[in-house]
Design a protein around this ligand. Structure first.
Ligand code: PRP
Length: 188
């Protein structure tokens, strides 16, 4: 179903990645992950909340045994700048010792969230630990970390939709769009 030009959509300056582009890239990532993890029954860990749409689409197309788990992280700071302080809100439920684990993120910006999570999960001795990010903004990186699988490398724009939010809204847009600057500058 096509979205109407609601107030929600009028806040978007332009579409950066369409539903079709996202769907095709997720299918490619699925083929790669299915091939790389054949016979390994990986545990895919969704980082709440931004990754939910990506995670759901990714998991449903993995054509092999796999399991799901969820983690929630809170990072202090505002929408523009990461404070560098990260806190665990909800841990995964399963033991990962000896398991092949893949962390699924929507976006990597400073890299501080993913850095925190990989350091945390590594202490539990997984057989392997990799990361898949739908979006990578390398210009914003503040620590030496690179995702193992990347959907799209994007410029340093304020993106929303397909799970990504601004102040809690826009996650339900079916595509990834760039927010009009007046939306977040007027709100400051
Ligand atoms: C976003 C995103 C990543 C993190 C990336 O989460 O989902 O987890 O920021 O930023 P970083 O690379 O600078 O650490 P956010 O804290 O906005 O929470 P959300 O997933 O609930 O939207």
């Amino acid at each position: 179903m096509a979205f109407n030009k609601t107030g929600l959509e009028n806040d978007v300056g332009y579409v950066l990645l369409s539903e079709t582009q996202i769907r095709q890239r997720v299918q490619e990532l699925d083929m790669q992950i299915t091939r790389d993890y054949e016979g390994k029954n990986p545990l895919l860990v969704c980082v709440l909340k931004g990754a939910v749409n990506f995670y759901s689409d990714l998991c449903r197309n993995i054509a092999d045994y796999m399991e799901m788990d969820f983690i929630a992280i809170s990072s202090y700071g505002n929408e523009m700048k990461h404070s560098g302080i990260v806190r665990l809100i909800k841990d995964i439920d399963k033991s990962i010792t000896g398991r092949h684990v893949i962390i699924v993120e929507d976006i990597m910006d400073s890299g501080l969230t993913l850095n925190y999570m990989t350091n945390l999960l590594k202490t539990r001795n997984p057989a392997s630990l990799k990361t898949v990010c739908l979006l990578d903004k390398p210009e914003r990186r503040e620590c030496a970390i690179t995702p193992d699988y990347v959907g799209f490398v994007i410029p340093d724009e304020f993106v929303v939709g397909y799970g990504l939010d601004y102040a809690g809204t826009y996650r339900n847009l079916p595509y990834i769009g760039v927010l009009k600057p007046e939306v977040y500058t007027d709100a400051e």
